[in-house]
Design a protein around this ligand. Structure first.
Ligand code: UD1
Length: 417
């Protein structure tokens, strides 16, 4: 599997905090990373691609505390420039970020954290403006467990004066990866991966060499694809511990999952058993895999229930699955699936990144041809998904007009790297 998208999109801007170049390896070649590299270049960083998946970023040349609005609006993670530029210059002006439309995505907790560190934050005409003469460490309690707020406050606090404690933080693997990266630059961040992060501010950070962790969500997506197609797939270059929640659900569904040191092997069954899933912050079941696993629920034996507890509008792909024959009722944030055994190919449209991945999996299991439109969403977070699937035997092509055409996949064993 490739490097973790949600770690990469925080680590790239975080590199600007150092006074000398950082070399970052195992970067996924996905649209969000490319957009972010362009944004970093626009604010004055020197971004050099050394080889595939490895860039060097020199933040010492950055002078601009404003990011360009058209690019920022293309992705959610551009909000990390707020923490970074505030930490670096005591000033940041960033348009409100874009990203997948999966419900209200406020940034009040990010702002609360910046204010606690002494910044004055205002939103004017859709631009977040943060300013501080000095950032001073403080104790911050997050009202919701937020990946973005946890990382953004860490980014602002690593160079603040004194100590910062952030309580009720997100524990996702990418939060830990960002903390490790900051520490490699000379920061003093402790507790990442637990409920409380403690940071002792340092006056300077230096460039470092760093390798990003494998992508837990990409791996989970391929695990579900293997299960949904009754395949036999080794998903290699993963950290199996990060996949425990998806592994647990697949096991409940009767799918065989064998863990190795750095791989998981998934062996599907003729028809998976029903399951209940509730999305939760890590180590709970990730909301980003809710859409992929909904395909398995659509074809499983019996009635499955998914409770999406993080985002309001993360069920928009279910309408597309219904067009493929799925029997799904939605009541608020709960979806009830009467498993139908098999889906039929149809023309469907990706409504966001993970919805797109789910529809590809649905196309792989369906009888007949499925066309997935709007695959630009998928390219934001998956590197060459069609090539990796084709290597497993999927009949999948990217059409010139930007659509994807799929046919059913047969049982296969292969290595995905
Ligand atoms: C990140 C991930 C996204 C993933 C999500 C949850 C990135 C770039 N994106 O998104 O792929 O689906 O975590 O794992 O890493 N909230 C507030 N106020 C805030 C911030 C968040 O109320 O200031 C709420 C959100 O509306 C949501 C919940 O907290 O209900 C979790 O959101 P958060 O973890 O912040 O998600 P993102 O960082 O946007």
């Amino acid at each position: 599997m490739g490097g973790a998208k949600n770690a990469a999109v925080a680590i790239l801007p975080a590199a600007l905090l150092a006074d000398s170049p950082c070399m970052i390896d195992n970067l996924p070649y996905i649209d969000d990373v490319i957009t972010l590299a362009d944004i970093l270049h626009e604010v004055g960083a020197k971004v050099t691609i050394n080889k595939k998946g490895c860039v060097s970023i020199d933040g010492s040349t950055v002078t601009n505390h404003r990011a360009p609005s058209d690019m920022v609006k293309r992705m959610r993670a551009s909000y990390y420039l707020l923490g970074v530029l505030l930490g670096k210059f005591g000033r940041a002006e960033i348009p409100l970020p874009g990203g997948c439309e999966i419900g209200a995505r406020p940034i009040d907790q990010h702002i609360k954290g910046f204010e606690a560190l002494g910044a004055k934050v205002e939103i004017e005409h859709g631009v977040v403006k943060a300013r501080a003469d000095r950032l001073i460490g403080n104790e911050i309690y997050l009202d919701v467990v937020s990946v973005g707020a946890t990382i953004n406050i860490m980014l602002a606090a690593v160079k603040a004066e004194g100590s910062t404690t952030i309580v009720n933080v997100a524990k996702e693997p990418h939060v830990v990866d960002v903390a490790n990266f900051l520490n490699s630059m000379g920061a003093n961040v402790k507790g990442a991966g637990t409920d409380t992060i403690r940071i002792k501010g340092v006056s300077e950070l230096k460039g470092c060499e760093y390798t990003i962790i494998p992508d837990q969500i990409e791996a989970g997506t391929f695990m579900v694809a293997a299960a949904a197609t009754n395949g036999d797939v080794v998903v290699a270059n993963v950290i199996p511990k990060h996949l425990e929640s998806i592994t647990a659900k697949l096991l409940e569904m009767g799918v065989e999952v064998i863990e190795g040191d750095d791989y998981v092997r998934v062996k599907g069954v003729e028809r998976p058993r029903r399951v209940n899933v509730k999305t939760l912050p890590y180590p709970g079941f990730p909301t980003d895999l809710q859409q992929p696993i909904s395909v398995l629920c659509s074809i499983a034996k019996g009635t499955s229930i998914i409770h999406e507890s993080l985002f309001d509008h993360r069920f928009r792909h279910l309408e597309e699955l219904r067009r493929m024959g799925a029997d799904i009722k939605v009541e608020d944030r709960v979806a009830i699936f009467e498993g139908v055994g098999s889906l039929t190919g149809a023309q469907v449209s990706a409504t966001d990144l993970r919805a797109g991945a789910a529809l590809i999996i649905a196309g792989l299991t369906a009888q007949g041809v499925t066309e997935v439109e709007n695959i630009h969403f998928i390219d934001r977070g998956y590197e060459c998904i069609e090539k990796k699937l084709a290597r497993l035997g999927a009949d999948i092509v990217r059409l010139e007009d930007g659509q994807t055409l799929l046919q059913a996949v047969s049982s296969n064993i292969a290595m995905i790297r």
